[in-house]
Design a protein around this ligand. Sequence first.
Ligand code: UTP
Length: 476
Amino acid sequence: MADFHALRQRLQRAGQPHLLNFYDRLTSDAQHSLLTQIESIDLESLPVLVRDYVLGKPPIDLPPDIEPAPYYPHDPASPVRPWDSDAFRAAGERLLRAGKVACFTVAGGQGTRLGYDGPKGCYPAGAVTGRPLFQFFAEGIRKTGEKYGVLPPWYVMTSPLNHDATVAFFEDRDYFGLRRDAVMFFPQGTMPSFDLQTGRILLASPGEIATNPDGHGGSLLALEVSGALEDMRRRGVEHISYFQVDNPIVRVADPVFLGLHATAPDSSSEMSSKMLAKAYPEEKLGIFCVAGGRVRIIEYSDLPIERQRERLPDGRLRFLAGSPAIHILSVEFVERLNSDPAFALPWHRAEKKVPCIDPDTGERIEPREPNAVKLERFVFDAIPLARASIVYEADRTEEFAPIKNADGVDSPRTSRDIQTLRAARWLEAAGVRVPWKDATTPDCTIELSPITAIEAGDVAGIAPHLQIRRAARIAL
Ligand code: UTP
């Protein structure tokens, strides 16, 4: 009880005494659970955090010397910066053959914009068969294993909110043909959600604190505390191919990118990134910049729009490089960061709608407007912590078909269209006649299993006599 009294006092000092408002009415199990939840919060640092990030908004602190980041263009013959992609591909393939690469999917997000009832990775994304997102990645990993003779192990970061449902999904589907010991799941950390007006931690129910996953940046610590890094070391893995759960056509382990990351003269092999040429200045992608001699991503909402509209004499955007959130990190880099007791990525603040109870009356609140502040860490804030970080241009149609929103841009529909467009291009390059509505719209729907193809060359010869009729729906 002395401990309980001390905890009450600590809560008082932290400005959060309401967390015990319903304590006396809880069962002893629920009391124990609530105390455990409270103990997991760093109460002592809360007042400053709440002042600076919940009640206040941290100022946008832009470095004075922002310039566009250099990058390796998708076309290695581009006059922007010619480079030898064959050599880097060979270097990346050697890493894959030697088993030095792991795949890593961050799947702990809440996917609120999509509004799908379940972990986002279970979403039926395939253009024809409704293949789930996780299946795309599993098959991409199997195909990579087939090509290079070594199956890359796959690490899937969940959150405490979707962990069990994610694992059950894999169990139900027999791990999509992967060996069980090749897949490791681990939950990321969480943060309490805060009341937007008062800075008080929200209660989801009388005995439960409302929490949110602590952002994809939480993956760096979660890799360490879960034992995933140690597991990688044991398997001889040196590089982590990082991608998000929302992009079905991502290349799960790209040899050219791996080769650049590990061997390019301007890379420290610590953290590297893919970029996409922004389609228009207002496009909502983080922007690769250099400041203070380090590559970094600045959020689109932070870089003044006039700067984002700047153009080069040839008409191209000066700040062209947008982030599709595809990275490679070395195991050593993540270990180095975690070994520093002072290491912490910065918090980012987002206003959200979070169902909760009134802390005084216990009445349920289903907010129609944002009522809460969520604090998250972003993985890209680690880029400037690398000594030298390279950026490699990806082709949009080849590897970016994200599912973020229920409708409109970056939705299931746009993703299916891009899947079809990419498949149509690959098939046509292999000699298959494809019907088109116009130059960028096939008059059919095609879904390619990654087991069939993870790059254009894989399609050669698979269906030499294939006939695709107008409006056909084809899964290969
Ligand atoms: P998003 O920024 O799209 O966030 O995540 P979200 O939570 O999935 O979706 P909304 O904003 O609620 O609609 C980008 C990637 O980072 C992962 C997501 O699962 C997705 O792969 N992520 C995000 C995490 O793993 N953990 C987090 O805490 C947040």
